[in-house]
Write a protein that binds this ligand. Structure first.
Ligand code: HEC
Ligand code: HEC
Length: 288
């Protein structure tokens, strides 16, 4: 009897997995037929924004898959300027035309767009960077060139901030959030050490390094955005809080004001812990 139930459960599981794969394939085929002629990242000049960025924007604007699918479907069925999330493509190409798609098909396509892992649109970024440079739009040029450098080439930027000289082995993978945190922790330890030795210059250096800590690679950031979705804003706020307090620690150290220094350092530690309580275990899951 047990065996029969087990067999039924396993068959059920396999059947639902097969069904999920079918739905994905169907959505992908429909996407190829209805959307890809414009949303093809290789086209030059571009006819529509690559799906890599579209997916990211919509994930950051929605809580879950259901609202993602609803929002994409609503846009594609009745595109208006007010609904658009991609301001730059709208400026360059105008609002997407109503392509007269069937709603049930668009829903399947939207579910596929949610689940697909799109490749970074490297040649699109490269061309866009070159075009913006030629047009003298240096902000836009920089934005696209940075994306290209971060995700399409193996070059990594040299660290800009001088870190406190505190010994400790970095074990985490380069570009990971964990490596960033380990560096912050070393700077934090250096700050504590400096406080006990009343070494204000060293305290200021360490606090500065915390305030202007490195950032994880663009790939890690993308994963974070995709996983935290609408909570990304709150996560950035938590990071900013530590930034502001570390800047105040630095100021107090420069003023040789030990009382304020200790008060701000303690507030900063609370801000570190507040972010850990809210996000740490969740983010470790996301980045797995
Ligand atoms: C005729 C070309 C064309 C086709 C076909 C097309 N799109 Fe678009 N799409 C565009 C353009 C141009 C934009 C950029 C302007 C904009 O954002 O509205 C865009 C933008 C989008 C956006 C982002 C809108 C925003 O700014 O928030 C989504 C989502 C989207 N398309 C989905 C689809 C889906 C799904 C299909 C297939 C069912 C599809 N598109 C077919 C041209 C097209
Ligand atoms: C905006 C949120 C946020 C803030 C602010 C923050 N952290 Fe973290 N921290 C994290 C997350 C998320 C992880 C888990 C990263 C991982 O393991 O991938 C982490 C991990 C760590 C770790 C463990 C690293 C390891 O080797 O596993 C240390 C140590 C750490 N943080 C120290 C600090 C200190 C010190 C501060 C304040 C100066 C701070 N953090 C502020 C989010 C934050």
């Amino acid at each position: 009897m047990k065996k029969i139930i087990m067999t039924m459960m396993v068959t059920g599981l396999l059947a639902s997995q097969a069904q999920a794969a079918d739905t994905f394939k169907e959505g992908k085929d429909l996407f190829q037929q209805n959307c890809f002629m414009c949303h093809n990242a290789e086209l030059e000049p571009a006819q529509a924004p690559p799906m890599f960025g579209v997916q990211m924007k919509y994930k950051m604007a929605t809580e879950d898959k259901e609202s993602f699918v609803n929002r994409i479907t609503d846009f594609v069925m009745h595109p208006t300027k007010e609904k658009t999330l991609l301001k730059e493509p709208v400026k360059v190409l105008g609002v997407m035309p109503d392509i007269g798609a069937e709603e049930d098909e668009v829903r399947k396509i939207a579910a596929y767009i949610h689940d697909e892992t799109f490749q970074p649109p490297c040649s699109h970024w490269k061309h866009a960077a070159e075009r913006f440079k030629k047009e003298g739009k240096m902000q836009m040029y920089k934005k696209h060139q940075q994306r290209y450098d971060a995700m399409c080439s193996n070059f990594t930027a040299a660290p800009k901030v001088q870190h406190a000289n505190f010994k400790g082995g970095i074990t985490a993978e380069e570009g990971s959030l964990q490596a960033v945190m380990q560096q912050i922790a070393m700077d934090y330890a250096a700050l504590n050490d400096a406080i006990f030795k009343e070494d204000f210059a060293k305290a200021a250096t360490a606090a500065h390094a915390i305030a202007f800590h490195g950032t994880p690679s663009l790939g890690t950031k993308m994963k974070l955005m995709g996983g935290l979705r609408t909570d990304m804003k709150e996560f950035k706020k938590a990071d900013h809080k530590v930034h502001v307090l570390a800047t105040e620690v630095e100021k107090a150290a420069k003023a040789k004001d030990m009382k304020t220094l200790i008060a701000k350092q303690s507030q900063m530690l609370s801000a570190c812990m507040a972010c850990h309580t809210s996000y740490r275990s969740r983010i470790i899951e996301i980045l797995k």
